[in-house]
Design a protein around this ligand. Structure first.
Ligand code: ADP
Ligand code: MG
Length: 286
């Protein structure tokens, strides 16, 4: 064989090996995301997360449970690098270690984020808000012009999925709280994500609406076998909808198990001895 061709082949196979090494999760099993020894110290010295080692498994609906200040939002923000860890590593299967900016851009498209307060543009229609989820697929310049028809179709499909096709042209600020959160979910779905990260998605909703949003997220996760991670402080909802519960307290994991295993001892650890009678009763109702 031509020596140059041979050299090319060697370089290519080295590159392939290198790429595989980077992309591989330390434990390949079912892990989509593998987090090792993660810590976050905020400017000013507050240690929000400490020694978090965790696997997020493919297709699983995981709930981060903990009281206010436990580190739930910080951990979720680390999962799409809106927050940079102070130490530790995050590997995403098929992407690699979330360090280089290029990789990060590609990964962010795969991670749809649903926020507590929806983060919608009030003056724009539900449809326009959902189309924002498609922007990651276009260059900055392209996104200044009307998006292709195919994006409109995706956005409409997503609105239909969350039961809001008939409100597509309604302004976001004229929708109810529950409807706005549905638009937030549709926008995340429009990204065609591999994982949905939701930070207290039902915190500002009344109990019946909260229930319907949980139902929707759980159905989408089941139907699409989508990996979903969300934070909650309501034990009862966590036990009812979570397939796995991770309890956080003071920035560390104090419980990682099935809803059925969340008995009074782990609850006391999660709530630092401040779990109310109702909290415990809710857990025992499962
Ligand atoms: P949770 O979502 O469970 O309520 P957070 O992750 O928001 O917890 O916060 C964890 C801890 O980090 C809290 O003590 C909070 O006050 C602190 N914290 C969060 N964000 C910042 C920030 N940007 N700067 C400084 N401290 C922060
Ligand atoms: Mg929070």
């Amino acid at each position: 064989m031509n020596p140059n061709a041979n050299l090319c082949l060697t370089i290519l196979s080295d590159f392939e090996r290198m790429r595989n090494r980077v992309v591989e999760c330390p434990n390949k099993s079912l892990a989509l995301i593998n987090i090792q020894s993660l810590s976050v110290v905020y400017p000013g010295g507050h240690r929000a997360l400490e020694g978090i080692t965790l696997e997020i498994r493919r297709g699983e609906l995981t709930v981060l449970l903990g009281r206010s200040g436990a580190g739930k939002s910080t951990l979720l923000r680390c999962l799409n690098l809106l927050q940079k860890p102070t130490t530790g590593t995050i590997y995403v299967d098929g992407v690699g270690s979330l360090t280089s900016l290029d990789r990060l851009r590609g990964y962010r498209r795969q991670a749809g984020m649903v926020f507590q307060l929806h983060h919608l543009i009030g003056r724009q229609s539900a449809l326009q808000n959902v189309l924002v989820g498609r922007l990651a697929y276009h260059s900055t310049i392209r996104s200044l012009f009307p998006l292709p028809k195919a994006d409109l179709t995706v956005a409409m499909e997503c609105l239909e999925r969350v039961g809001l096709a008939d409100k597509a042209l309604k302004r976001a600020d004229q929708l109810s709280g529950g409807e706005r959160q549905r638009v937030g979910i549709a926008r995340a779905l429009a990204q065609r994500p591999r994982i949905i990260l939701a930070d207290e998605p039902v915190a500002s909703l009344d109990p019946a609406t909260a229930e319907s949003i949980m139902e929707l997220l759980s159905r989408i996760s089941r139907e699409d076998r989508l990996t979903v991670v969300f934070s909650l402080h309501q034990i009862e909802l966590a036990c009812r909808y979570g397939e796995r519960i991770i309890g956080l307290s003071n920035g560390t994991i104090v419980f990682d198990g099935l809803p059925d295993e969340l008995t009074s001892d782990p609850l006391e650890r999660i709530y630092n001895g401040t779990a109310t009678e109702e909290c415990l009763a809710a857990a025992y109702l499962n």
